[in-house]
Design a protein around this ligand. Sequence first.
Ligand code: NDP
Ligand code: 2IT
Length: 449
Amino acid sequence: MVRTLDDTLEPIFQDVLHRNPGEAEFHQAVREVLESLGPVLVKHPEFAEHKIIQRICEPERQIIFRVPWQDDKGETHINRAFRVQFNSALGPYKGGMRFHPSVYLGIVKFLGFEQVFKNALTGLPIGGGKGGSDFNPKGRSDAEVMRFCQSLMTEMYRHLGEYTDVPAGDIGVGQREVGYLFGQYKRMTNRYESGVFTGKGLDWGGSRARKEATGFGAVYFVREMLRARNMDLEGKTCVVSGAGDVAIHAIEKLQALGARVIACSDSGGMIVDEHGLELDRIRRIKEVERRRIHVYAEEQSRARYIKGGTVWTVPCEVALPCATQNELNGEDARRLVENGCIAVAEGANMPTTPEGIRLFRDAGIAYGPGKAANAGGVATSALEMQQNASRDSWTFQYTEQRLEEIICNIHRNCHDTAVEFGAPGDYVTGANIAGFLKVGHAMVALGLI
Ligand code: NDP
Ligand code: 2IT
């Protein structure tokens, strides 16, 4: 059943559609949150009075700029880059940069919008923002990626600052790119301002466990959802989509907790290895050699590669979408449920389509939306900011323990909020309301700004 918006929220959503034409992903993200907020407006009339919903749907600032750069042959390229500073009620804008050819304003805005609520759920003092570019790093040399990053930062640096806006990585932006971006920021400002960027290398201000944090956090979240139903991960058959930063560390933690991960993917297709994926092999292929996932099946004869295939067709009990938005549609969700899937936790941002979410809800499976389940990455970014501010560096064990506590708190908060608002077991409602309440109360307190 398609959820309807109540009489107060429908005109607000229509206004969002009207003001942001052609931005389908942004509309989708806003609608999903608004669908949860009806009961909140009844309980808290001050939000309507202060027009908090209208204000929360409008970014505080949107920056769009040209990025000219030269490839190794001397040919000039022009890309477009974005930084959307969405909401700073709780702290400096915080959120990653994405480099992917599909990036346009609507993608950056949906990610920035999600980030506002996600960051609120962490309980840490960070506002929400996101950026990116339609630059495609695939097949580019290190020198080309460096020139692109330097050109981008030559414009973006003026909008950043440890108390203003603190970017990090996302799709296509890992430690290599963060290094080039942070290096150029340092050069432009003549300041070693570690806290202006997170996801840095361990030798130059990074936090231990940041690289692992999103994937590990998503697994802790699914473990908590299962615990709430008196189950655990031990021996469960799992599939993970993607083979990037988030997917690799999700696989690592699933295996460490005794689960059997049998499939993962990249945008070319998927591999299935019924004996359990060999993580070292995936790491070498994807992280060291920067090659495609089909190489796994070429090297390991018992594995299968299915070109264009998605992991959702592989029977499993636990599924973790860790690649990209709308990668799991209604048909995929139906297939997962029919095949006996009991839990889904989103390592990626908005990977499940609205129809997919509806099917998971109707089937009563444990479904953890990205803004809760993948908050471990940004939470550990905030821990990196803490370490930078105190010129300290924590151990892996301590940082991971903090991450685990934060995820357990988010899970509890979403779980209890869902119960409080009459939707027990519904983590979408719980996450949207709990995140919104924190930001909304702060916005009221800070006045009309
Ligand atoms: P990476 O670039 O490291 O990996 C992305 C993976 O997803 C790759 O395997 C990639 O395949 C696949 N992928 C990307 N775009 C598409 C597409 N359009 N179609 C199919 N597959 C695609 O990114 P991350 O692992 O960092 O990010 C993955 C997801 O997690 C994203 O949704 C991101 O927003 C989210 N996320 C990331 C966090 C972080 O800390 N990094 C924190 C929270 C959420 P290929 O190589 O073939 O393109
Ligand atoms: O979507 C996300 O939360 C991220 N890409 C991480 C953001 C961050 O600032 O660490």
